[in-house]
Design a protein around this ligand. Structure first.
Ligand code: TRP
Ligand code: SF4
Length: 405
């Protein structure tokens, strides 16, 4: 494999199959995915095995939920010719890497992941004292490391998992990155680098190793990254050789924590399926309008003549996401002076939400009527993802000494 798509340019992220997405998922995660697909090589997948770690007793809904979610992705604009869209369980390399990583991952690293205790306490009534649930973040590490991404866009609650992923990668590199003939292999890789690049590389390496010149290290990394005639394995050897360590087998990714607006639900709490306060991405226009009519407002505004305070009103929280400055000024002044009523205020919000959701609903309808197309897109994505995953596994197996033929 050549370096057509340098790992630096990759992004990986997954979502559990929760069924149709709501506005909170859309503004909190999916919109960011849409943007990233035109800046990076993106791998987006349905984490169906992750759903089983907490809902193993009732897997019957997963299939329907999974397709509903993928339809939402596509309807909202995830573009299969820009992004690789796939399903975790259809790329069995995720399981193989998870297993191999499990050999050297200390139990304590998993037990101290905050979501482990949190979720066990939150999801009372479900027996989560399982092997699969403890291994949840390690499976996530495998999901990520297989694709050697530079970035993993996630919400705040997932940052600890990306941290763990980095530690796991470091440990694997430390344990298995020292090929016996590492230096010779690096020298050989340098030959493939071309005379000019090779000379520059040696110069930068010397500056870094002799004088600790960090800028030289960065330039050296960029030089390796920009080369198109190195194999991935050779590029990794040269990166390792530059820093003075062994070859890096797995790459440490970074969490990409993006600013996302807080989306209030109908009752003013955070919008979330478990609170039953959501508006779905492909919900009927009528149903949305009805929900907005009964949506919580500033409790102090009982009669039309009472002045209100937008900061105490979840409807305002949605205006902040959906409305332009002029409308926001209109709400702010009108609410505080009792110049407008809540019905007027919600009417404008309804218009803005419907304008955003109309095209998504339309595309969603077409996709639902054409499930074969949706499935073929995902099948294609699975096979593409597998090609990348297979390359990584070849390296990992070789490094761990479990390649025999
Ligand atoms: N654990 C993530 C969540 O619950 C989903 C997930 C699984 C994921 N594997 C991943 C996210 C890999 C990013 C990268 O939201
Ligand atoms: Fe909320 Fe708008 Fe009513 Fe003010 S006018 S309380 S912002 S719904």
């Amino acid at each position: 494999m050549t370096n057509g798509s340098r790992p630096e340019n990759r992004v990986v992220s997954g979502m559990r199959p929760t069924g149709g997405l709501h506005l909170g998922n859309y503004h909190g995660a999916l919109k960011n995915w849409l943007k990233l697909q035109y800046e990076y090589k993106c791998y987006y997948f349905v984490a169906d095995w992750h759903a089983l770690t907490t809902h193993y007793e009732d897997p019957s809904k997963i299939s329907q939920d999974l397709w509903d979610m993928v339809i939402d992705w596509l309807a909202a604009g995830l573009n299969p010719s820009a992004s690789t869209i796939f399903i975790q369980s259809q790329v069995p390399e995720h399981a193989e890497l998870h297993l191999l990583l499990s050999m050297s991952t200390p139990l304590a690293w998993l037990e101290r992941v905050p979501s482990y205790k949190d979720q066990q306490e939150k999801l009372l009534g479900r027996d989560l004292a399982t092997y699969g649930f403890l291994g949840y973040p390690l499976l996530q590490a495998a999901d990520i490391l297989l694709y050697k991404p530079a970035f993993v866009p996630v919400g705040e609650d997932q940052v600890a998992h990306v941290e763990l992923t980095r530690e796991v990668a470091r440990r694997i590199n430390f344990l298995y990155g020292r090929e016996p003939d590492f230096e010779e292999r690096a020298e050989r890789a340098l030959k493939n680098f071309g005379a000019r690049n090779g000379k520059r590389y040696r110069e930068l390496r010397r500056r870094y190793q002799e004088r600790g010149d960090v800028k030289a290290l960065e330039d050296g990394k960029a030089l390796v990254a920009s080369s198109h005639n190195l194999t991935v394995a050779d590029a990794e050897r040269l990166l390792g050789f530059l820093e003075g360590g062994g070859r890096s087998i797995l790459m440490e990714p970074e969490a990409l924590l993006t600013e996302t607006p807080k989306v209030p639900g109908l009752d003013g709490q955070k919008m979330s399926k478990s609170y039953g306060n959501t508006i779905a991405l492909r919900e009927d226009a009528d149903s949305i309008q009805k929900k907005l009519k009964t949506m919580q407002t500033d409790p102090a505004r009982i009669r039309r003549n009472d002045a209100g305070d937008p900061d105490k009103c979840p409807v305002w929280g949605l205006h902040k996401i959906y409305s332009d400055e002029q409308t926001r000024d209109w709400v702010n002044e009108g609410c505080r002076s009792a110049g407008i009523g809540c019905i007027d205020c919600k009417g404008r919000l309804n218009d803005a939400i419907q304008a955003e959701l109309d095209p998504i609903r339309k595309r969603g309808q077409e996709l639902s009527n054409n499930l074969d197309y949706v499935k073929s897109v995902v099948a294609e994505g699975c096979s593409e993802a597998r090609d990348t995953a297979r390359d990584t596994m070849e390296d990992v197996r070789a490094a761990m000494g479990v390649d025999y033929f």
